[in-house]
Write a protein that binds this ligand. Structure first.
Ligand code: 3NM
Length: 226
């Protein structure tokens, strides 16, 4: 019995360590936002993303009620869990914990990372960064991955912090050892330049959730990346 318990603990530890590395290299990080998804619900879009074999999905809703966000995240957690897709919740730690998400993504103005780590010690923690000093601090505070942006202009997020874009990405690719996710105005037509500047993983909202044919769009973006 004791032996069995130890075996399960080792297994849990392995799963935890693997989960920390779940940022796919040279692939898509899809972010859900219903206002950009052409009258399709977040759940419908999540299903399409999963069918298209996207490996990581973030839920990002700023204006919905807590109840609605919880219900959607619970449904998306069930869908992602079944297919082994990493599920990250933006900003809201209580929802991330309640639905047992794999991770939480926070911005510079959200709850401090040390608090998030304390509340959710086993979760993947992503932190948005916009310049070198924020990236260095994210490493110091042991973020599991960083967002790097905005790479290009975007109308999806209001008041995006200014960034050196591709040049900042290049610096990150040469100086930062944890996984990083480029974000902001990334489209099929410019993704190659993001890759050329050291892109590791590519986050998109409007280009993917707003595509007429989501699966077709993912296939076509991946053919450019490979
Ligand atoms: N964060 P799209 S830019 C959510 O710079 C977000 O940290 C950014 O949307 C940052 O792919 C951004 O439609 C919006 O441009 C990304």
């Amino acid at each position: 019995k004791i032996y069995e318990n130890i075996r399960f603990q080792v297994y849990d530890l392995e799963i935890m360590l693997l989960a920390k590395k779940n940022i796919p290299k040279t692939d898509i990080y899809a972010i859900l936002g219903e206002e950009f998804s052409k009258s399709r619900s977040n759940i419908e879009v999540a299903k399409e993303l999963i069918e298209a074999d996207v490996k990581i999905i973030q839920y990002r809703e700023k204006d919905k009620s807590k109840k609605k966000k919880y219900e959607e995240c619970k449904a998306i957690r069930a869908l992602t869990k079944e297919k082994g897709v990493t599920f990250i919740v933006n900003d809201d730690i209580s929802i991330a914990l309640a639905v047992k998400a794999d991770g939480i993504h926070i911005g510079q103005d959200d709850m401090p990372i040390e608090e998030v780590k304390r509340l959710a010690p086993n979760m993947i923690i992503g932190l948005s960064t916009h310049n070198e000093s924020q990236a260095k601090l994210a490493i110091e505070k042991e973020a599991d991955y960083i967002g790097v942006g905005s790479i290009f202009n975007t109308t999806t997020k209001e008041n995006v912090e200014k960034s050196e874009g591709l040049n900042y990405l290049k610096w990150v690719s040469e100086n930062i050892s944890i996984p990083y996710v480029a974000i902001g105005g990334i489209k099929e037509e410019n993704i190659i330049s993001v890759k050329d500047y050291g892109g590791y993983c590519f986050a998109m909202i409007s280009e993917i959730t707003g595509a007429e044919n989501i699966k077709g769009k993912i296939k076509s973006i991946r053919s450019k990346l490979r």
